[in-house]
Design a protein. Structure first.
Length: 90
């Protein structure tokens, strides 16, 4: 519902321009609406992710924001851990 409301607000702002800050607000509404819509579509798969990976992703983002060059080292490590984790027996 929030994603839909943001996208409708972006459409309304695009159809009826209001002022000087219109482009920035339009861009923000559109981007956040699209990201929230993508999150809504991906939510069933996100629920299936292991809890350690849900903690590792924000930690990875914080480290990359602080030290951007570490991204090239940390991303393959997180991907390898996600792929090579032990599988539960069937």
């Amino acid at each position: 519902m929030i994603a839909l409301a943001l996208l409708v607000a972006a459409l309304a702002l695009w159809l009826w321009p209001q002022g000087s800050a219109q482009e920035a607000l339009l861009g923000a509404l559109l981007r956040v609406g699209l990201v929230m819509g993508a999150w809504w579509l991906a939510y069933p798969e996100v629920e299936k992710m292991p809890p350690w990976l849900l903690a590792a992703i924000p930690l990875l983002l914080v480290v990359v924001a602080y030290r951007p060059k570490w991204f090239l080292i940390l991303l393959p490590i997180v991907i390898a851990l996600a792929i090579l984790r032990p599988r539960p027996p069937r």
